[in-house]
Design a protein around this ligand. Sequence first.
Ligand SMILES: C[S@@+](CC[C@H](N)C(=O)[O-])C[C@H]1O[C@@H](n2cnc3c(N)ncnc32)[C@H](O)[C@@H]1O
Length: 182
Amino acid sequence: MDGREPVVVCRLSHRPGRDDRMTTHVGLTARALGADRVVLPDNATGPAETVEDITGRFGGPFGIELRDAPKALLSEWSGTVAHLTMYGLPVQDVEADLRAANAAEPLLVVVGGEKVPFEVYDRADYNVAVTSQPHSEVAGLAVLLDRLFDGAELDREWEDADRVVVPQATGKKVVEPDGDAE
Ligand SMILES: C[S@@+](CC[C@H](N)C(=O)[O-])C[C@H]1O[C@@H](n2cnc3c(N)ncnc32)[C@H](O)[C@@H]1O
């Protein structure tokens, strides 16, 4: 993961109520699996608060931004745009190109929600499919980030956490960052 430019995840749309859980999970997955920032539509205040709260408790750095019409970010973006869609090219065929592109410039990873306008497919440098089967933006995002970082994100160190989970074969162990059990 070292020696790369920022990776930002953009959620194009959000339907309050109906999409709350999915939009929250886009943000949490982006954070947990190594992206630097998530951009959410400005009506996704609840999901943004949840992701902020988790970042405050479990650490960062990770940025959360709410903005009007996230789609506009695509035309402003100076860097590579990868759009997750079942209609795109297989992730296993483009992952090396994405890695090379991100070594040189920031990468915007776009996930849809309700119907994605065609201009998004057109602007994307890479339309990327995680299988050509319909599933979920959260699953697609997780696989893309893991391929992009080649698994290195699984060993990431977190900063400014107020709790740390200690992996256990059985049961739960959570300690304060200085090592005291909670
Ligand atoms: C549940 S789908 C809905 C797509 C929407 N109905 C449309 O026509 O654009 C929501 C998002 O999940 C992601 N997604 C679903 N299946 C995918 C796949 N096989 N590969 C990559 N991304 C996928 C895409 O980002 C998509 O926009």
